[in-house]
Design a protein around this ligand. Structure first.
Ligand code: UT7
Length: 320
């Protein structure tokens, strides 16, 4: 007994920023961004809070599953930056939808949703939960330095949710890290303690793009092989690939050796950019709502991110 995905939801900020919009204040171009990353537009928070989007996503996922908030036994939220350090985004959503289920945030950067799915699996397998709400919300526009063209053009904001119910939909899951504190780094606030002797680092996301690129291609390829082998499947048996949407070149390079039909690889990077943990969640909801998945289809979610974390989960789609 594990879980199946009973419902999904997502919500994106209203404001859409194109590459040409960015070129108005940065030394960049639509041609550079599209050819190096595949990104054309991204959604950026203006008047909405991340909590607003996460709550909206959760309500859509509950409705999609035909479930009530009172059925939820656990809320897990994948995020690197909730609106507040405390309460967690998971608690903020719990309050808004009206449940007192235990709730906490997980920071595994862009792999956060896969970490949440594996934690949900453990709670369900051990009999501690039957219904788990997994949410993700990322406010990347509030982490990047908008004068740094090498990072700010890559990211977007958004939130998503999935309701997991006890069942037989998870076929295998694999999580890993190759610990690295430099390749992707977002410092925290040092505060104003008169005793603190640690200097405040620049409060913006820093990234060694080339190093992350190499890690990503190797990690995603390895995670796909390992999770398929755990499920007794080959990469050719997978109906749909949902890779982390960081860069189409990374996706192409990591999947190349499996000779997968490109129509099986789902993308929304052109419209959303890299939404960190939220990318795979929004991708799942978008294609679920389009009717892409059929009952019995095998979906492989794979991601990499700061930490450096990586992971993959294979699920069988149980909805019609
Ligand atoms: O969720 C995980 C988060 N991170 C990632 O997934 C990042 C992984 N890395 C990447 O996706 C790629 O390494 C990048 C897209 C970040 C960069 O692509 P690249 O092909 O590795 O470019 P580069 O860093 O080697 O830069 C090439 C040139 C440089 O100019 P010079 O030194 O050759 O004159 C950069 O200064 O492109 C320049 N450049 C830009 N030019 C126009 C960097 N950013 C921009 C920009 N517009 N936005």
């Amino acid at each position: 007994m594990s879980f199946y995905v009973a419902g999904t939801g997502s919500a994106l900020p209203e404001k859409v920023v194109s590459n040409d919009d960015l070129a108005q204040f940065l030394d960049t171009s639509d041609e550079w961004i599209v050819s190096r990353t595949g990104i054309r537009r991204r959604h950026v928070l203006t008047h909405e809070s991340l909590t607003d989007l996460a709550v909206a996503s959760a309500k859509i996922a509950l409705e999609d599953a035909g479930a009530e908030a009172s059925e939820i036994d656990l809320i897990l939220c994948a995020t690197m930056r909730a609106d507040t350090v405390t309460p967690s985004l998971a608690c903020a959503v719990g309050e808004a939808i009206g449940t007192s289920a235990p709730a906490f945030d997980i920071n595994a950067a862009c792999v956060g949703v896969l970490y949440c799915m594996e934690i949900a699996d453990s709670f369900i397998v051990s009999g501690r939960a039957k219904t788990v709400l997994v949410i993700s919300g990322e406010a990347m526009s509030k982490l990047v330095d908008w004068t740094d063209r090498s990072t700010c053009v890559l990211f977007g904001d958004g939130a998503g949710a999935m309701l997991l119910r006890a069942g037989e939909g998870r076929l295998a899951g694999e999580l890993s890290t190759r610990p690295d504190t430099h390749a992707i780094r977002m410092p925290n606030i040092e505060g104003n303690s008169p005793y603190n002797r640690i200097e405040q680092e620049k409060l913006a996301l820093q990234m060694d793009g080339g190093e992350v690129y190499k890690f990503a291609v190797n990690a995603m390829g390895r995670n796909i092989e390992e999770v398929c082998s755990m499920a007794g499947l080959t990469p050719a048996d997978i109906d749909w690939y949902l890779p982390h949407q960081a860069n189409v070149r990374i996706i192409d390079a990591s999947l190349k050796k499996f000779k997968i039909d490109k129509s099986k690889v789902l993308l929304n990077i052109a419209e959303c950019g890299n939404m960190s943990a939220t990318s795979v969640m929004v991708l799942l909801d978008e294609y679920a709502k389009k009717g892409t998945f059929h009952c019995g289809d095998k979906l492989l979610l794979v991601a990499f991110g700061g930490g450096l974390t990586s992971g993959a989960v294979i699920i069988e789609w149980k909805k019609n």
